[in-house]
Write a protein that binds this ligand. Structure first.
Ligand code: APR
Length: 239
């Protein structure tokens, strides 16, 4: 197979399936709940204004799990190795709010749905490293007031981060590799179309087929921790 190489750029897009083998639950488990909550209860601006304590508690628990219980898996490590080899030819965009890619050694990861390890001032929009737990009683580092801090997470109905940069990289990439996403949440689910229309060779790594699998040039089904390093090796030989 001859690839339409322009600048040898690889756009790597990941979702919850990448971190599943680290012990973080994916969003669309069979019972339709996320860690025992409906998303509307914990992941919307409305939920935060109606029941902030529940939302703080929910993200504090996610952060405790992230800091104390989980670590990068072999798929995160394979991606870090791949970036070490191909450097700035690799662009990372993730829907995941965990920091497991960074902890595996990946650099310049674009977290389009925010980061669990950060918090933001509601007044000034300044972003800070988050302690393991915070509530509305914590004073904001910039304005020294209570009730001004929120998780630095993109909730449903909010605009994802880094969209301009992401779009530019999608138009520019030669290879689009998607890992562990159900392709159900937009705009992330539209990335494959944009990359493909602009000539990228599109590869999917997922546990099972998704609604958009037929769009990819090649799909690999299985656990990312088990199959991703082989897929990256194959890619390396093509680059
Ligand atoms: N390896 C590869 N794929 C896996 C694995 C694994 N070990 N485990 C699960 N998967 C696949 C599932 O089959 C599923 O298709 O990963 C996908 C995860 O899909 P979702 O749970 O829908 O997660 P994601 O696509 O990242 O969700 C997007 O939705 O709730 C919002 O903001 C949240 O970023 C999230 C967004």
């Amino acid at each position: 197979m001859e690839l339409p190489i322009k600048n040898k750029k690889v756009f790597i897009h990941s979702g919850a399936g990448l971190s599943q083998e680290s012990g973080i639950k994916t969003f669309r488990d069979e019972n339709g709940l996320w860690e025992n909550h409906r998303v509307e209860e914990v992941a919307t601006p409305e939920a935060f204004s109606l029941n902030p304590d529940l939302v703080y508690r929910f993200y504090n628990l996610r952060r405790q799990q992230l800091y104390q219980e989980v670590k990068p898996n072999t798929a995160h490590q394979a991606l870090a190795q791949f970036q070490k080899k191909w450097q700035e030819q690799v662009f990372f965009c993730t829907q995941n709010v965990d920091d497991l890619l960074e902890r595996a050694g990946c650099l310049n990861v674009h977290h389009m749905h925010g980061e669990l390890s950060k918090m933001r001032c509601l007044k000034t929009h300044k972003v800070f490293d988050a302690p393991i737990s915070f509530t509305r009683e914590n004073q904001c580092p910039c304005c020294a007031e209570e009730s001004n801090l929120r998780p630095h997470i993109v909730w449903f109905g909010e605009i994802p981060f880094h969209l301009d940069k992401i779009q530019k990289e999608l138009l520019d990439c030669d290879i689009f590799l998607s890992i562990g996403t159900s392709n159900q949440v937009y705009p992330a689910a539209s990335f494959i179309q944009l990359a493909k229309e602009n000539g990228a060779y599109c590869i999917e790594v997922n546990y099972e087929p998704t609604a958009l699998s037929s769009l990819y040039h090649k799909s690999h089904y299985g656990r990312a921790g088990e199959i991703l390093s082989g897929v990256l090796e194959e890619l390396t030989s093509l680059l």
